[in-house]
Design a protein around this ligand. Structure first.
Ligand SMILES: N[C@@H](CCC(=O)N[C@@H](CS)C(=O)NCC(=O)O)C(=O)O
Length: 320
């Protein structure tokens, strides 16, 4: 039995959940409390989710790509890596590269979108059981949202999205990938691998970020993702996607226009990365002392982010 320590909406967690289901391994999910993570403190590995504990071997390991590699090596049925060594290495490099770029950028921009449009959703994600679910109730949700928003803004630097060129870097990464997948069904070789699973999972938060979900040159990528979700029986949407869509339908608007990006910027060429040994992360420490400095950053993000309201229309890929 595999114990999976998780935050249920995390796209990195979804990678491992998908791998476990694909390999038909019995697993049991344990939801952690994000603020304390006390459920997994007994394990001597980096304290991020996903983290698995394999009760058959005693191994505890965090970081989604090493977890998937461990599962594939320990339980070779239904392989997620090709048998050819060169292709295996290609799959591994895709995973590390996507974890270190797409995964981090999509997390930043997904949370940014939630904060800009319906921050109360944060209380439902992070505090469903705190004080018997008090903070998921109407008025309390509104109180909890700015505090959670400030904390997350400092932890992941959402207020620096523009300075750090996150929209631009992500667009530059995804456009060539979309083009490649218009020509062939999989990233590596002739079969579904952990590289495809990684790409499809880590793209998830971008389904609520109109700059990407509505980008004409990326519709084929989301169609590819939807097809994989259907073939593999993955959830069609995550609850935060439903929450933001319901709100957009009610209001008839969405924060869709990234004002500082020029319409005629053309198509970027993807840059080849060096060979990676491990995935990078971008989590910054936040203490109750520094929390207060998050208020201006949060307010700026919420009201003066430079991302304008536009009329709500569903993305072409989802309306098709
Ligand atoms: N490279 C890691 C990233 C894992 C990660 O950053 N997980 C986040 C949730 S999406 C986390 O554990 N955050 C805990 C925290 O911020 O303290 C992986 O692929 O698993």
């Amino acid at each position: 039995m595999i114990e999976l320590y998780k935050l249920h909406w995390s796209h990195y967690v979804e990678k491992v959940r998908w791998a476990l289901d694909f390999k038909r391994l019995p697993w049991h999910g344990i939801d952690i409390v994000a603020f304390t993570k006390k459920e997994m403190q007994r394990f001597d590995c980096p304290q991020t989710v996903p983290l698995i504990h394999d009760t058959a071997t005693g191994v505890a390991i965090s970081d989604s790509s090493p977890i998937i590699r461990y599962l594939d090596e320990t339980y070779p049925g239904q392989p997620l890596f090709p048998s050819d060594p060169a292709e295996r290495e290609q799959v591994w490099q895709w995973m590390l590269r996507l974890d270190s770029t797409l995964g981090l950028y999509a997390r930043r921009l997904g949370y940014t979108q939630v904060i800009m449009e319906c921050p109360q959703t944060l209380a439902q994600l992070f505090m469903p059981h705190v004080c018997g679910g008090l903070f998921t109730r109407r008025g309390w949700r509104r109180l909890a949202a700015p505090v959670l928003g400030m904390m997350l803004t400092l932890r992941f630097h959402f207020h620096r999205n523009r300075q750090d060129g996150v929209y631009e870097a992500l667009e530059a990464l995804l456009l060539p990938i979309a083009k490649t997948l218009e020509q062939r069904p999989y990233l590596v070789g002739e079969q579904f691998t952990a590289a495809d699973l990684t790409l499809a999972s880590l793209l998830r938060p971008l389904r609520i970020v109109p700059h990407f979900s509505h980008h004409p040159a990326l519709q084929s990528l989301f169609v590819w993702q939807e097809q994989l979700f259907r073939e593999h029986g993955r959830d069609a949407t995550f609850p935060y996607e439903d929450a933001i869509r319901a709100q957009r339908q009610r209001r008839g608007t969405m924060r869709g226009l990234v004002r500082w990006m020029k319409a005629d910027r053309g198509v970027y060429e993807g840059q080849a990365d060096d060979t990676l040994q491990a995935a990078k992360n971008d989590i910054h420490p936040v203490s109750s002392w520094t929390l207060v400095s998050g208020l201006p950053a949060y307010l700026k993000l919420r009201w003066f982010s430079g991302i304008a309201w536009t009329p709500y229309v569903p993305a072409a890929y989802s309306a098709a």
